[in-house]
Design a protein. Structure first.
Length: 104
């Protein structure tokens, strides 16, 4: 079943941000991921939102996400961004719990 990576990003150093994005993208694509959202300006409508960019990536399953995250290629991307790009990331499976109300 599909699984997703949701990322909040704040770029502190644009050059490092571009390098990180390039290396991260190659690692994501090589692990079967695909970008669903890569927006530079989220529009908060309720509550507060502290990040300037949002990314949503779909993978075939949670195992593939974990393989990607632990891969040497993505480890390199994390090293590039250290101290230069702030990231909040979560992994989530793409299933609705049984009995979850769907919109009409």
């Amino acid at each position: 079943m599909p699984a997703y990576v949701i990322v909040n990003i704040d770029v502190l150093d644009e050059e490092a941000g571009l390098t990180y994005a390039s290396v991260a993208q190659k690692s994501i694509l090589s692990h079967g991921g695909r970008y669903l959202v890569a927006g530079p300006t989220p529009e908060p409508v309720e509550g507060t939102w502290d990040s300037s960019r949002v990314v949503v990536i779909e993978f075939p399953d949670m195992d593939r996400i974990r393989e990607w995250y632990r891969s040497p290629a993505y480890r390199r991307a994390r090293e590039i961004r250290e101290g230069k790009v702030r990231v909040g990331m979560l992994f989530i499976e793409g299933v609705l719990p049984e009995g979850f109300p769907l919109p009409a």
